[in-house]
Design a protein around this ligand. Structure first.
Ligand SMILES: [Zn+2]
Length: 256
């Protein structure tokens, strides 16, 4: 019997034994393939929620299905913009229907408790829509006990931790693209994917209070990051990981 929390490591027989009762909580990380500056690999939005999901799953005796590794289009004021090389995105309805399809398949297996863990801000409302369509269509099939917790992991980083990590320099989550939060977590989880000597150390860009389409590429700093990751460290990453895992484990236990 495999002890792995990752569904992809299990045989169907092992998986079936775990999920058919409907009690096991199944985690679905959702990320993006998106540039994160010259200093970091392009999939922290997948790797970070996958790592948090695995740690929380160990605590609550849950399982983790493979992440949705592509996300909705990067926006200039939160992700640098979809014009950047490497950033590879889905149309909104593609993401919505991907979420719907995966949830309905999990429901067919007997899963009734899902935690969707978002790692890419731009995905947010398309995940809501995918969940909504899945629940609506499952109801047509007579399944009325399918529940989903939808969360973005950074919302579990509360004020005390923000103060400890940033002192008084917190730029806001919008500007945290490739910044201290993501870079610190990656230094803790996957240090081989970070090159601190290549961090672009510039102040956050000044955006107007509106979006403009087609976008103006000159609004985005040439680095692609929206705040400096210079102050990132594995130690901060460890603290961030701990508060996210603790907070999410507690929230999930309460929700189910
Ligand atoms: Zn990111």
């Amino acid at each position: 019997m495999s002890q792995s929390v990752f569904v992809a490591d299990l045989t169907w027989v092992e998986y079936n034994a775990r999920v058919s009762s409907g009690k096991t909580i199944v985690f679905l990380p959702v990320g993006a393939l998106e540039q994160h500056g010259p200093h970091m690999a392009m999939n922290p939005d997948v790797l970070i929620p996958t790592a948090i999901s695995a740690r929380v799953a160990e605590r609550v005796d849950g399982l983790v299905v493979p992440a949705i590794s592509y996300g909705y289009k990067s926006q200039q004021k939160s992700g640098g913009g979809n014009h950047m090389p490497g950033t590879t995105s889905l149309d909104g309805h593609t993401l919505t229907l991907t979420v719907r399809d995966i949830l309905k398949e999990l429901a067919r297996h007997g899963v009734r408790r899902i935690v969707m863990m978002n790692g890419h801000f731009e995905n947010s409302m398309f995940l809501v829509e995918g969940v909504d369509l899945a629940i609506r269509e499952l109801r047509w099939d007579g399944i009325t006990d399918f529940n989903v917790v939808l969360l973005s992991y950074w919302n579990f980083v509360l004020n005390d931790t923000i103060k400890a990590i940033y002192s008084d320099d917190f730029p806001g989550w919008d500007f945290e693209h490739g910044g201290v939060l993501e870079t610190s977590l990656m230094l803790e989880l996957h240090p081989q994917l970070v090159q601190m000597e290549k961090v672009a150390d510039h102040p956050p860009p000044q955006f107007p209070p509106y979006d403009f389409f087609p976008i103006k590429p000159e609004w985005t700093p040439p680095s692609g990051t929206l705040s400096s990751a210079k102050a990132a460290s594995a130690e901060k990453g460890r603290l961030l990981l701990q508060v996210c895992v603790d907070g999410i484990a507690e929230a999930v236990s309460r929700a189910f």
